[in-house]
Write a protein that binds this ligand. Structure first.
Ligand code: MRU
Length: 375
């Protein structure tokens, strides 16, 4: 696959954010041009653009558009931040550009630099995680944590892409990911484009394949990771993690640094978005439940750190018990008085924001399954 063939979720020039409308895939490739803050917010809210790193970049470009259109930075940040509460990356992307704006720096350049950082970190995740998949042939993933969700490369899909480019023979089990089918529609589309062997399975089938020994590893992305390693990802992730542990299958979480929320001590501090029940009550545009039956639709769940074998980050493979120390080291590097050549890193740390909606997580139970090895 050449760079020109690579999927790119969005691009920006001169006050226009162009996105691949992910609601139309795989049937049609529709590109939308967003020129107002309202249009960017609507695209994020409706999942035309989605996936934590991609909405972080969309938020950054939304701020650039707001700057051109005469918004106040605080109002633009609040408006864009009110679109989706769970993905920490959204708040980091917005805060980064807001800091540049308030410092009188070039706002477009700040948004483009944030986008470039997202892409570079996902590439680094691919390099860091590839060796874990050199011999683990059959891999299960949930939702879409590919290029569409991350601008380019992917988080969960990046190590698979790099491992494959180095000769690994991989097969990917793709959970369909009800209710919005990000796995069946988007992950399958990305894998099919690249000729990566895969099969889409009903969400309910993942436990079966884990129990019958047909999955060698699970890898997912994340929307927000707490200091203790608890993390939020697409609804259904938690049960995959528990069943993986029960069957001794390693469970990896791949994420860039913006997904880590240093302000969240545990998963209880992660806000879980609840979307309209209609997304559950309908399938392919048709209502499938009785009109009088209500539905509930949490978009994410929180998986306790004890079910995670390791996080794959741009800085390497990190065990859940090491997340807090790693974040503290990054904060110290960013915040400490630094020599002249490190001033950019200090400004970066100061600009990293955090969405701070708070909602309690689900109750904890102790694990019964076997703990798989990290590497
Ligand atoms: O509601 P979505 O489609 O934005 O949810 C996306 C996910 O849950 C992804 O798994 C997550 O953002 C990781 S993306 C690299």
């Amino acid at each position: 696959m050449t760079p020109a063939d690579r999927v790119r979720a969005l691009w920006y020039a001169d006050g226009t954010l162009s996105i691949v409308d992910q609601r139309a895939l795989p049937a049609r490739t529709v590109v939308r041009r967003l020129r107002t803050v309202e249009a960017v917010a609507d695209a994020i809210r409706t999942l035309a653009v989605r996936g934590a790193p991609t909405i972080g970049a969309a938020g950054a470009f939304g701020m650039a558009i707001a700057h051109r259109r005469g918004w106040a930075p605080a109002r633009a940040a609040a408006f864009l931040g009110a679109t989706r509460p769970t993905a920490h990356d959204l708040f980091v992307g917005i805060a980064r550009v807001r800091a540049a704006w308030e410092a009188g720096a070039d706002v477009d350049a700040a948004a483009l630099a944030y986008r470039d950082e997202v892409v570079a970190e996902c590439r680094a995740i691919g390099e860091a995680g590839a060796r874990l998949f050199a011999r683990r042939r059959r891999v299960l993933t949930h939702c879409n944590a590919g290029a569409l969700a991350t601008v380019e490369w992917g988080t969960a899909l990046a190590p698979l892409r790099v491992a494959r480019s180095r000769g690994a023979r991989l097969f990917v089990w793709v959970d369909e990911t009800r209710p919005l089918l990000q796995g069946a529609r988007l992950t399958a589309w990305e894998l099919a484009r690249e000729g990566i062997p895969h099969a889409v399975i009903a969400d309910n089938a993942a436990g079966h394949f884990l129990a019958t020994g047909e999955v060698d590893a699970v890898i997912v992305g994340a929307d927000r990771i707490a200091r203790n390693g608890d993390f939020a990802n697409k609804i259904g992730t938690y049960e995959k993690a528990v069943v993986a542990r029960e069957n001794g299958v390693p469970f990896y979480v791949a994420a860039p640094w913006a997904t880590f929320d240093p302000a969240a001590a545990t998963g209880r501090a992660i806000p879980v978005e609840e979307r309209a029940g209609d997304e559950v009550a309908t399938f392919a545009g048709r209502r499938v439940t009785p009109r009088r039956s209500p539905s509930r639709n949490p978009a994410f769940d929180v998986t306790p750190a004890r079910f995670v074998t390791a996080f794959i980050t741009p800085g390497g493979v990190v065990r859940p018990t090491d997340v807090a120390a790693r974040l503290a080291r990054r904060a110290a590097r960013a915040g400490a008085p630094t020599p002249r050549r490190n001033r950019g890193a200090a400004a970066k740390g100061a600009a990293d924001g955090s969405g701070s909606l708070r909602r309690p997580g689900s109750p904890r139970r102790s694990p019964r399954g076997r703990r798989p090895p990290a590497g």
